[in-house]
Design a binder for this molecule. Structure first.
Ligand code: ADP
Ligand code: GLC
Length: 493
């Protein structure tokens, strides 16, 4: 049984702002099912502690430079047997709402110190210095918020093996050099090959430069981030680490995303019995104030409203798209300028365009189920989960041909239809016209219901359950453990 410590800043259903939460809430239970002993370390955010239910204090730690003691609370990831440790340190985490941003949408002023604390606690647990009588074989850290974990662990021997997963290279946790000093990080970590990034402190470099293995969430994104176009200034380092870098596609949690028993839906359906999907569509149209017409194709989108997601491409494509008999349902929150534009457009085209600004887990399920097509015009996409949910729910994804979208959506054309492999529509150029063309192609197919259903069923039968991906992570852990054993065997006593 492998002992794995997951260190992350989100895990559904405790706390979630995007796909990181989905992955860290569903990969640990999948690994547990395969026989591993996985424990999850999370910041004790106000909202997460509310959801967590009964907790007990299992340790009290003193961690420089923090003056007050840090408590460790133990509970379970709700609905699973996965043990979860929360860092109870109210000065850092007792704030409701978004884990990274204040109510004005700005980063919390003390994010560096909040996530350095996460790393410090992870190290104490990893070295079995927290009095928990548990020492992981592998520490698996996720995204910049956990980036200091591999860096700090690298200064200890012996130590567990480390894996760092990049869910999104665009978010790097970069802070002034003065922060490096105020966090009292070990001096030897300050170098170009280490945490220094153009004179500043980079948390994500802590993961990329120091982890024994670096992964990202799709094979295509693993290649893309080694190029200057997608590398966000880190492509050189990633090329340098190419030998330990790989892409493992995300999976989806069948307990949460299954049209056959999704509690958020007004009706249920499956690949064999599709009737419920039409009910979901009619219900969604009514819920969003659109005319409940079965024959009008409905394009959905559920997304963070940021440039990554290509929302500007969709906005630019709208004038042409809205000339077609089509309805759109958009749910999202993010940059205020995108929110404002979408609200204004919805007021202008109330018959065709429904926009809900905000975060609404339940409505997200109903859009993905009720829509006929799902838009994902992302400029870059490490993996993307909503296109996987859409495939599962018989909603044809319309995607930009990048990152994980390349690895998961097969474009409809004569050949792929004939071969029976088509699952959606993809476009190449990062231009509104290319998106328009893809949607227009989708609308043409929509007029051929029998063909449409063939593609829909092809998407629904894809298996993106966690089992394959969790097994791929296990293989990676085993490689690391085998290497560690070999190293120990070679080291003279
Ligand atoms: P990312 O992590 O880049 O945001 P993913 O496609 O991997 O993209 O995951 C996004 C997750 O967040 C999905 O579970 C999606 O349903 C959810 N989501 C995004 N925006 C919203 C929203 N406004 N309301 C509810 N869920 C949302
Ligand atoms: C990130 C990426 C998204 C990915 C998710 C989970 O937020 O933007 O593509 O699916 O992480 O790995």
């Amino acid at each position: 049984m492998r002992k794995i410590l997951f260190v992350a800043s989100e895990a559904h259903p405790l706390i979630k702002t995007g796909g990181l939460g989905d992955v860290c809430g569903s990969l640990p239970p999948a690994l547990t099912k395969l026989g591993d002993d996985v424990r999850l370390l999370l910041p004790g955010y106000h909202d997460a502690l509310q959801v967590a239910g009964r907790l007990r204090r299992v340790a009290q730690l003193t961690l420089p430079p923090f003056a007050a003691p840090v408590n460790l609370l133990e509970g379970k990831l709700p609905g699973t047997h996965v043990k979860c440790w929360f860092i109870d340190f109210p000065a850092a985490y007792d704030r409701p709402g978004n884990p990274y941003l204040n109510t004005h949408g700005q980063d919390w002023h003390d994010n560096a110190s909040r996530f350095a604390l996460l790393a410090r606690v992870a190290v104490v647990i990893a070295l079995d210095h927290a009095g928990l009588s548990w020492r992981p074989d592998v520490v698996h850290a996720h995204d910049w918020q956990a980036g200091l974990v591999p860096a700090l662990l690298s200064t200890h021997t012996p130590r567990p093996a480390t894996v760092f997963t990049i869910h999104n290279l665009a978010y790097q946790g970069v802070f002034p050099h003065a922060t490096f000093q105020s966090l009292t990080l070990p001096h030897e970590l300050w170098s170009m090959a280490g945490l220094e990034f153009y004179g500043q402190l980079s948390f994500i470099k802590g993961g990329i430069a120091y982890a024994d293995r670096v992964t990202t969430v799709s094979p295509t994104y693993a290649r893309e981030i080694q190029t200057s176009e997608f590398g966000h200034g880190l492509d050189g380092l990633l090329r340098h680490r190419a030998a330990v870098l790989s892409g493992i596609l995300n999976g989806i949690d069948d307990k949460v995303w299954n049209p056959g028993r999704d509690p958020h839906l007004p009706a249920h359906y499956s690949r064999q019995r599709l009737a419920g999907k039409a009910q979901c569509k009619a219900h969604l149209q009514t819920e969003l104030g659109l005319r409940a017409e079965a024959s009008v194709p409905l394009l959905g989108m559920v997304s963070r409203l940021v440039d990554q997601k290509g929302i500007d491409l969709l906005i630019a494509a709208l004038p042409v798209l809205l000339q077609q008999p089509i309805q759109l349902a958009i749910l999202g929150s993010g940059e205020h300028r995108h929110e404002a534009t979408l609200r204004a457009l919805a007021a202008q085209f109330p018959e065709q365009l429904a926009v809900q600004i905000g975060y609404n887990e339940s409505l997200a399920h109903r859009i993905i189920a009720g829509a006929d097509m799902f838009a994902m015009p992302s400029r870059f996409e490490p993996c993307g989960l909503t296109q996987l949910y859409s495939l599962r729910y018989g909603t044809l994804p319309v995607v930009h041909h990048v990152g994980g979208l390349v690895d998961t959506v097969v474009d409809c054309n004569d050949l792929t239809i004939e071969q029976g492999t088509a699952t959606g529509f993809s476009f190449q150029a990062t231009e509104p016209e290319a998106l328009q063309q893809a949607v227009l192609r989708a609308l043409l197919l929509y007029r051929k219901p029998r063909r449409w259903r063939v593609v829909m069923r092809q998407g629904m039968q894809q298996d993106y359950s966690w089992m394959h991906s969790a097994a791929a992570y296990q293989e990676l852990y085993d490689e690391l453990l085998a290497a560690a054993t070999k190293f120990e065997a070679l080291t003279p006593p």
